[in-house]
Design a protein around this ligand. Structure first.
Ligand code: PEP
Ligand code: MG
Length: 324
């Protein structure tokens, strides 16, 4: 099987009925790009930049960040690279920021909330990204967006820094898509409004499931509630994809679910455009995708979305697509 998959490294991902979907990989550091290329991913769908900030005693400089982003973009040779701005807080701490302990870190001062307040830090990252943008196909997204105001504010700051750089005569790519993670239920519900202002969505199911089910993604005791296949989650995902398409935008997914063998036929049927997963899952997913018909997968959409439990969905998908 491994040998069969290996043959797919240089192929693009086309379903049996001729639809192309993008299979991308998630990375945490520039070193991860090797694995991305070795596994034939068509792009990077999530670059988690927080690792640049972790395991050290002070903030990374603009120069350090610029180098990291540039290396990734260059190595990807024009393939899309979606970089997520700093998503710290929750389970990821930065001791040197000296933030007070919170009762509910996952619901607290984190990610874009923190960046909009600590603007010097945010602007430094954005400048580094903008300067690196001329070395490849950069797309930027913001994490943990709950409201339109947050998205507008983050985008305005990004455009301000872009203008400043251009004023200083520093080259910046003309077209940089600006998108957001959809990982907070409020943003998923209001996706039709967000879709008018973003260039793309990337659905972060790791958090979207935890927030929708109110079940901590790290807590074993409530892990039975962490249900990717709960129809509530699938309806949200469907709504986000439809909202994006209605405005001519694309929708991807960068949570663990995107690489799941059971999820792939469902997500294909729901019309997801980009699947971003760990690099080691890419070839398996491509092999699976090539055997699936998008039209057929879509024909089960209504049936799946009208089911009432995760168990029902899982049983149906296993049987219909001969999985396990
Ligand atoms: C997610 O929430 O699905 C996601 C991709 O982000 P992270 O796992 O880094 O929170
Ligand atoms: Mg997340």
């Amino acid at each position: 099987q491994k040998a069969e998959w290996a043959k797919l490294v240089h192929e693009s991902t086309v379903t049996s009925d001729g639809h192309h979907v993008e299979l991308a990989a998630n990375i945490g550091t520039p070193e991860d790009v090797k694995g991305v290329l070795a596994n034939g991913a068509e792009g990077i769908g999530l670059y988690r930049t927080e690792f640049l900030y972790m395991g050290r005693s002070e903030l990374p400089t603009e120069e350090e960040q610029f180098e990291a982003y540039k290396v990734v973009l260059e190595q990807m040779q024009g393939k899309p690279v979606v970089v997520r701005t700093l998503d710290i807080g929750g389970d990821k701490e930065l001791p040197y920021l000296d933030l007070p302990k919170e009762m509910n870190p996952f619901l607290g001062f984190r990610a874009i909330r923190l960046c909009l307040e600590m603007q010097d830090m945010f602007r430094t990252q954005l400048r580094a990204l903008l300067r690196a943008s001329v070395y490849g196909n950069l797309k930027i997204m913001f994490p943990m967006i709950a409201t339109l105001e947050e998205f507008r504010q983050a985008k305005a700051i990004l455009l301000e820094e872009k203008e400043k750089l251009q004023h200083e005569g520093i080259p910046v790519a003309e077209e940089i898509e600006i998108g957001m993670m959809v990982e907070i239920p409020a943003a998923a519900v209001l996706a039709d409004q967000f879709a008018k202002e973003v260039d793309f969505f990337s659905i972060g199911t790791n958090d979207l499931i935890q927030y929708t089910m109110a079940a901590d993604r790290m807590n074993e005791r409530v892990s039975y509630l962490y249900q990717p296949y709960n129809p509530a989650i699938l309806r949200l995902v469907h709504h986000v994809i439809e909202a994006a398409h209605k405005e001519g935008k694309w929708a991807g997914m960068c949570g663990e679910m995107a690489g799941d063998e059971l999820a792939i036929p469902i997500l294909l049927g729901l019309g997801l455009d980009e699947f971003s997963m760990s690099a080691t899952s890419v070839l398996r997913a491509r092999s699976q995708m090539k055997k699936l018909s998008k039209t057929e997968a879509a024909s089960f959409k209504e049936a799946i979305l009208s089911m009432s439990t995760a168990e029902e969905v899982v049983a149906f998908v296993k049987q219909t697509f001969h999985i396990e």
